[in-house]
Design a protein around this ligand. Structure first.
Ligand code: HEM
Length: 224
């Protein structure tokens, strides 16, 4: 019963809420789709924290998505030890960058008085969950080798089974608790997307590359 809830009920609830509330938020509050930048309040720590975090996590996420889309190719790639070590080591390095980044972002929010003033409890919940996600991912990678192979053989088919509405929780049940916590906190993060500043990554501003440059000026009396 608990297993059914954890690996079927909860993932579907998280995915449904994420999609529905993200659409509603986009329709009702389009201007709230933002990371609510605090760069103008503090820039130095943000440069390192945000830079390391985004570089690390975007590569790690890309790895998860590629292995989800092409599990057979990943297993074929991993069949040569050198290629397996290359993939695992580069994934681990990127995850470590993300770990240093998220810790730096937390230190920044806890120490800069200006950033503290605009930090909400939800920001802390999000950063704590991201920290949990990255640490359980790194710990899983170090303890249960080789993650990229068993992700392709167990986790990817499980995720596909959810997507094709034929859930197969038996693929996750035999896993140890550590990767299970990693998967559950992943679904919790998906659930939180529309309720936190995480919503910003649904609207990647790629049009910045081709739009005309804009000059931003203060429009308050005496500042022009
Ligand atoms: C898809 C590409 C992405 C872009 C272009 C992007 C861009 C940004 C920008 C501009 C900020 C604001 C930094 C500031 O000025 O305060 C930010 C903050 C943040 N991003 Fe992203 N992001 C992306 C993906 C992600 C992903 C995938 C995650 C997590 C899984 C993430 C998590 C965060 C968090 C937690 C913050 C807040 C950091 C803080 O202020 O404490 N981002 N992002």
């Amino acid at each position: 019963m608990l297993d059914k809830f954890l690996w079927v009920g909860f993932p579907y609830t998280a995915l449904t809420l994420a999609v529905v509330v993200s659409i509603l938020r986009f329709v009702w509050k389009p201007f709230s789709y933002s990371s609510l930048s605090s760069q103008f309040l503090e820039n130095k720590q943000l440069f390192w924290g945000s830079g390391l975090w985004h570089w690390g996590i975007l590569w790690v996420l890309t790895g998860h998505i590629v292995a989800f889309l092409c599990p057979k190719q990943i297993l074929a790639w991993n069949s040569a030890p050198f290629r397996l070590y290359l993939l695992e080591t580069s994934g681990l390095i990127m995850a470590l960058l993300a770990l240093v980044g998220v810790v730096a972002l937390m230190v920044r929010r806890g120490t800069s008085s200006r950033v503290k003033a605009v930090t909400t409890p939800m920001d802390w919940v999000l950063l704590a969950l991201l920290l949990l996600q990255v640490t359980t991912g790194i710990d899983t990678a170090l303890r249960y080798r080789w993650g990229s192979s068993w992700y392709a053989s167990n986790a990817a088919p499980y995720l596909w089974s959810l997507l094709t509405l034929g859930p197969r929780p038996e693929l996750i049940q035999p896993l140890p608790w550590l990767p299970k916590i990693h998967i559950l906190s992943g679904f919790t993060l998906i659930l939180l997307i529309p309720f936190t500043r995480l919503v910003h990554f649904l609207v990647v501003p790629i049009f910045y590359y081709w739009r005309k440059p804009q000059v931003v000026i203060w429009n308050r009396k005496g500042l022009r």
